[in-house]
Design a protein around this ligand. Structure first.
Ligand code: UDP
Ligand code: MG
Length: 316
């Protein structure tokens, strides 16, 4: 439906209730892109915003034919919005970034320079986290530690989704079929040769963060279980250890009973072991349940996202 030749650069921006940020974002992004001397497209994925994000994007589009807007049918979450953008991007180099200007568009120039040197992926590493409290930082640290130890892929530190990817990397990511889209993990899993630039993360331009602690916790757990089977396997080992201990205890009790007779006090030890084993079993069931649920989700094979409408410039 579009006959423009494929641009060199695609910038992908997932937007969820970012109405206030849209004018600020384009006010800064477009001059930067214009100064880059490459052909570009900007793809904004409206992730079911309940404010005027879509209207404002379409407003920008009337004056900027290189803006393409993907309007999802509801809120699918940032990871899937990003997947939608990646799937529709056509650029030789693709840069996902946030709509709140925490990712400075100016850094794209440095990334492009590295890309031209022949790197497939250019990470943008933030030199400090902005807008996060101590507990969030600790949580992030803990998450990375656990993730590194449990999964086969290593996540680069302080690198978010803001990065540049060559077309072949994006094509690989687009071929990954899983529904549970932990993009940081997926990006790391596909590999390729990477270089790095450092940027200073800004404050959110307007509005508030779209992630609360519960959403973050869910996100972290999702990431962990999609990239590691360890939580599933560890219970086998723990179960075996506890069963051996229990067996030993049984033998001791039998010998005691044979030589010293029945021992009435001691029912509490039975209670303790029953409760303990029951608890362990419930925990194990819960973990197995989580993986079974994931298999269920994959087997259903539902689409990752649904596009309500694709707003291409010039086409109605
Ligand atoms: N976002 C999205 N869908 C969501 C939540 C967030 O598309 O369900 C977008 C949001 O509009 C922003 C980016 O993801 O462009 C990052 O969100 P935010 O700035 O709230 O995250 P933080 O910087 O606090 O981690
Ligand atoms: Mg942000």
């Amino acid at each position: 439906m579009q006959d423009n030749p494929a641009p060199t650069l695609s910038v992908i921006i997932p937007c969820y209730n970012e109405g206030e940020n849209v004018p600020l974002l384009f006010g800064r992004l477009l001059p930067v892109l214009a100064g880059l001397d490459v052909s570009f497209e900007v793809i904004c994925v409206n992730d079911g915003s309940r404010d005027d994000t879509l209207d404002r994007l379409l407003e920008v589009q009337t004056g900027e034919p290189r803006l393409r807007v993907i309007d999802l049918s509801r809120n699918f979450g940032k990871e899937r919005a990003l997947s939608a953008g990646l799937l529709h991007s056509r650029g030789q180099a693709v840069v996902p970034m946030d709509a709140d200007l925490q990712h400075p568009p100016e850094a794209i120039a440095d990334m492009l320079a590295k890309w031209r040197e022949g790197w497939d992926v250019v990470f943008a590493r933030r030199d400090a986290r902005v807008g996060q409290g101590v507990s969030e930082r600790l949580f992030a640290k803990g998450f990375y530690w656990v993730f590194d130890h449990l999964s086969d892929v290593k996540l680069p530190r302080e690198v978010g989704d803001f990065r540049l990817m060559d077309r072949k990397v994006v094509d690989t990511v687009n071929r990954m079929p899983e529904r549970s889209r932990f993009m940081k993990g997926i990006f790391a899993w596909v590999g390729y040769r990477h270089a790095e630039i450092v940027y200073r993360q800004g404050e959110r331009a307007a509005g508030t963060t779209k992630f609360n602690s519960l959403k973050l916790l869910r996100f972290a757990f999702d990431g962990l279980t999609s990239f590691s089977n360890f939580p599933l396997r560890v219970w086998g080992g723990i179960g075996a250890a506890i069963s051996s201990l229990a067996f030993l205890y049984i033998v001791i009790r039998i010998i005691r009973t044979i030589f010293w007779g029945v021992d009435v006090p001691g029912y509490e030890s039975i209670l303790v072991s029953v409760l303990f084993l029951g608890g362990m079993q419930l925990l194990t069931l819960g973990i197995i349940g989580d993986y079974v649920g994931r298999v269920f989700d994959e087997v259903k094979g539902r689409p990752l996202f649904i596009i309500r409408k694709l707003y291409e410039p010039g086409g109605e």
